[in-house]
Write a protein of this length. Structure first.
Length: 176
């Protein structure tokens, strides 16, 4: 949402950014193959499950991102969930587009590039792309869950909170 639109709504852009920084969000790397078969990807934290039946997952893509058009137009994409210790990988995919896949091992996959070291990977078929202000909401139908499905549980997940990385770990359940 542009600063002008926010201010017309009575909310200053910095005020909205500060409010959103208070929300912890999962850190993921979203990947696809573009029309030339080149691996493309970016770091994304505006992601969420959307539906159980059918299994749908959404990713919010900044329209200004160099990978936006490739991801929004791809037949398939992969959401690679990151865990503690993956901060450098998240920064790599937020950096120079031509260097994002340098030295990153990929799992054997045809539909979309899957990061071999990601604890959990959601492979999605393109379901819908919805225009939403300065972002596109990319909705995918989850066709496969790869990796250790419980891999994030013991170590926790990598989250973006207060404009920095943090680790989310499960709180032990009290005994009955």
């Amino acid at each position: 949402m542009s600063a002008a639109v926010l201010e017309r709504a009575g909310v200053r852009a910095e005020e909205f950014r500060a409010a959103m920084a208070a929300l912890a969000a999962p850190v993921t790397v979203v990947t696809c193959y573009d029309g030339y078969g080149t691996a493309r990807g970016l770091t994304a934290s505006a992601v969420s499950s959307l539906s159980l039946d059918p299994p749908l997952f959404l990713v919010c893509l900044d329209k200004g991102s160099s990978s936006h058009d490739a991801l929004a137009g791809a037949d398939a994409f992969c959401v690679n969930l990151l865990g503690p210790g993956d901060e450098a990988l998240a920064m790599k995919f937020a950096g120079r587009p031509d260097r994002r896949f340098d030295g990153v091992p990929l799992a054997d996959s045809v539909r979309a590039p899957e990061l071999a070291d990601a604890a959990l990977r959601l492979v999605c078929e393109h379901h819908e792309a919805v225009d939403a202000g300065d972002h596109t909401i990319l909705i995918g139908r989850v066709t496969a869950v790869e990796g250790d499905g419980l891999g994030l549980t013991p170590a926790g997940g990598l989250v973006w909170h207060q404009r920095g990385f943090a680790h989310a770990r499960p709180v032990p359940r009290p005994a009955d």
